[in-house]
Design a protein around this ligand. Structure first.
Ligand code: PEP
Length: 249
């Protein structure tokens, strides 16, 4: 039985006050679904106040990125240890916006994932193809290479602690969603790739879908047998909309 996870990536949105009011909105609404683990990832500057509000609640705290280094002269970087001290338990790694605007590669994401696992954080490793790659019929080649590159060298025990998020880049923030069937086909392919690494991990690893998921389309996507939740951007910034997704599980 795989866990279902609904995760909100709040990106560079929210002062401390705005983050607190969004969290208050989630806690005041029906955001608790026994069938789902709920996680939100506010900006770094709001993590500590967010963790105070979320303490003892059903909502876990995530970060949007972290350094591959443990400590030292890496100006502006945030370490796994720092995240742990502010109550973070999940970390999103290799988001397409990090890949696109900060030239993050699979090998860097692999190093970050290793560091996160060593620290006891749950990595949410993002993969996904661009529109050009999809139109050129390269989706499986691209996504397969990302699985191989980001998960390289992990033991079955480590693989068992990783979450994957399949996020077609053309669907992120565009309002274009993969149909449930399109997303499911890639999730099945990813699970087959995982089976080549470890058959148990392939069975148990949650594979989330991300890309313009909202309350109105969530049940179709989440109803697919290999879609184990969602990584949600825009729609997670509105408490009602995010609660709608949580309750679509
Ligand atoms: C994301 O950035 O992870 C994402 C899925 O964004 P959106 O839901 O806005 O497409």
């Amino acid at each position: 039985m795989r866990r279902t996870i609904i995760a909100g990536n709040w990106k560079m949105n929210g002062t401390i006050g705005e983050t607190e009011s969004l969290i208050r909105g989630l806690l005041a609404g029906k955001s608790d679904n026994p069938k789902a683990t709920v996680m939100v990832a506010p900006p770094y500057t709001a993590l500590f106040p967010a963790s105070k509000l979320l303490e003892g609640s059903h909502i876990a705290l995530g970060a949007q990125d972290m350094s591959e280094h443990e400590v030292g002269a890496y100006t502006a970087e945030i370490s796994a240890q720092m995240l742990l001290t502010v109550g973070v338990s999940y970390v999103i790694l290799g988001h397409s916006e990090r890949r696109q605007y900060h030239a993050e590669t699979d090998s860097l994401v692999n190093a970050k994932t290793k560091r996160a696992l060593d620290a006891g954080l749950t990595p949410v490793v993002c993969i996904g193809e661009t529109l050009e790659q999809r139109e050129a019929g390269k989706t499986e080649a691209v996504v397969g290479a990302q699985v191989d590159g980001t998960l390289k060298g992990f033991t079955p025990d480590q693989l068992a602690k990783i979450v994957i998020a399949y996020e077609p880049v053309w669907a992120i923030g565009t309002g274009k969603t993969a149909t449930p069937e399109m997303a499911e086909a890639v999730h099945v392919f990813v699970r087959r790739k995982l089976a080549a690494l470890d058959s148990k991990a392939a069975e148990t690893m949650p594979i989330l879908y991300g890309g313009s998921m909202k309350a109105a389309n969530a049940s179709g996507l989440l109803g697919q047998p290999n879609i184990d939740g969602g990584l949600v951007g825009g729609a997670s910034l509105k408490a009602d909309e995010f609660i709608g997704i949580i309750n679509a599980v």
